[in-house]
Design a protein around this ligand. Structure first.
Ligand SMILES: [Fe+2]
Ligand SMILES: [Fe+2]
Length: 443
């Protein structure tokens, strides 16, 4: 072997003439994506094609008068990078409409002492958003299990564009197993759908599913879809960046992360997962969140998490035992999360939670309150468009399955009730509608 490892088969590599890198036409390559909807803050992300420093100008006036500029990153240095600009707008008024524009400076980076701005670009469109809060319109939507598939995602986004809720919860399994940040861009920032600007004026909150924690890119997901604002939680809960408890009019929305659907001790994970203490930590977070005056005073309490907290089927693996539980279960992964139910449900029940909205099983289902849980549970549908694959005589074949369709779950407060509607966006029909009475609240 040649010393230095630079030559192959004894032939030294010829030095190549330096070529100027072509400068792409556009620096900003995606519309903005509003994320982490909240009462006094919001996150704005957008994708860029080259090393850049992004910013957001925002104002309460549609003519952008008196606009303030916020750069990506926090204190110390701006978050210069060549993929995604993440900007946090803070100190906002609750239930207030803001107008904003995005821009970015193109940066030539030649080292720590050699950087300069060589151009800038502004998206000319003025966008708007409205913050959440007790005075916001009490409406939300939930999508889930889109699994990087554009057809079901587009169907859901078209429905949301018609409903225009105050916020949308993306309840997990947006991804499959993503190894690179680039592979996350078409999922969150540049989806090839009619409403490619799906989140430019429609605030989203991202709650991970089990597929969103797999792959190298998932370990830095907050570089793509940012963690929530630190002031939303105690220092004890510093790493609980996906949990949220926010008022959306008369509805309190509480987001929890059920994590992986396999045990931390599962061989394929090589001891590199740490979900068990994560679930326990969220119990303490939840206990405090439910005692917050703004959450406690909401007539309606809706909890959201990816993996269901209940399943009546005794063959459904509850996720807290090895492999498939000695052959007792129909799947070798958690179909539902008994650990999370045991940790979180007593708190939710005590607080009078009306409904838990979950996902993961790729088939819409409603579990009415019963002796095992006082809340109703909605399990959202999956990405399959009326077909499923099953094993028939040993071979995998596609079979028609009318129970498989993507859903948009719509919640709103009206006429003294929480009304939750389940839309089948494949067949364009309303599947179910549930009405919940207000809980006893402390004014
Ligand atoms: Fe899924
Ligand atoms: Fe899942």
């Amino acid at each position: 072997m040649a010393a230095g490892g630079c030559a192959t088969d004894g032939v030294a590599a010829k030095p190549q003439p330096k070529q100027a890198m072509p400068v792409p036409d556009r620096l900003i390559i995606s519309p903005p994506v509003l994320q982490n909807a909240a009462e006094t803050s919001i996150g704005v992300g957008f994708a860029v094609s080259a090393m850049a420093n992004g910013y957001v100008d925002f104002s309460e006036s549609p003519d952008m008068s008196g606009a303030k500029r916020v750069k990506c990153g926090g204190f110390r240095v701006t978050d210069m990078n060549d993929k995604i600009m993440l900007v946090r707008l803070t100190g906002l008024k609750p239930a207030t409409t803001y107008y904003y524009r995005i821009g970015a400076d193109r940066i030539s980076y030649g080292g720590g002492y050699k950087m300069k701005i060589i151009g800038s670009e502004v998206d000319p469109r003025v966008y708007s958003f409205k913050t959440l809060g007790a005075d916001a319109e009490a409406s939300f939507c939930v999508i889930n299990d889109t699994h990087a598939q554009m057809k079901p995602f587009e169907m859901a986004i078209d429905k949301i564009a018609a409903l225009k809720p105050s916020c949308v919860i993306w309840n997990g399994d947006a991804c499959n197993t993503q190894e690179t940040i680039e592979s996350l861009l078409p999922i969150f920032y540049t989806p090839e759908i009619a409403h490619g600007d799906y989140a430019a004026e429609q605030p989203f909150m991202f709650l991970p599913g089990n597929h969103d924690v797999r792959g190298l890119a998932a370990r830095r997901m907050e570089r793509v879809m940012m963690y929530r604002q630190p002031e939303e939680r105690l220092s004890r809960d510093w790493d609980l960046g996906r949990n949220f408890a926010v008022r959306c009019g008369d509805i309190a929305l509480v987001g929890l992360d059920t994590g992986e659907d396999k045990l931390d001790s599962r061989d394929v994970f090589a001891g590199l997962f740490n979900m068990e203490p994560y679930r326990v930590a969220q119990r303490d977070w939840l206990a405090d969140a439910l005692e917050r005056p703004d959450i406690k005073s909401a007539p309606y309490l809706v909890a959201l998490c990816h993996i269901p907290l209940y399943d009546s089927d005794p063959k459904s693996n509850p996720g807290d035992c090895d492999k498939n539980g000695g052959g007792r279960y129909s799947h070798d992964y958690a179909r539902w999360q008994r650990t999370c139910k045991n940790l979180w449900s007593p708190l939710l029940e005590k607080a009078g939670c009306q409904v838990v909205i979950t996902a993961h099983q790729h088939r819409y289902r409603y579990d009415a309150p019963n002796s095992e849980h006082a809340w109703g549970q909605i399990v959202g549908g999956g990405p399959e468009l009326g077909v499923d694959s099953r094993r028939v005589k040993g071979a995998r074949v596609e079979v028609k399955d009318g129970g498989k369709f993507p859903t948009v779950i719509e919640g709103r407060a009206e006429e003294g009730r929480l009304v939750v509607s389940v839309h089948d966006v494949f067949n364009g029909s309303l599947v179910d509608e549930f009405r919940y009475a207000p809980r006893n609240v402390v004014a």
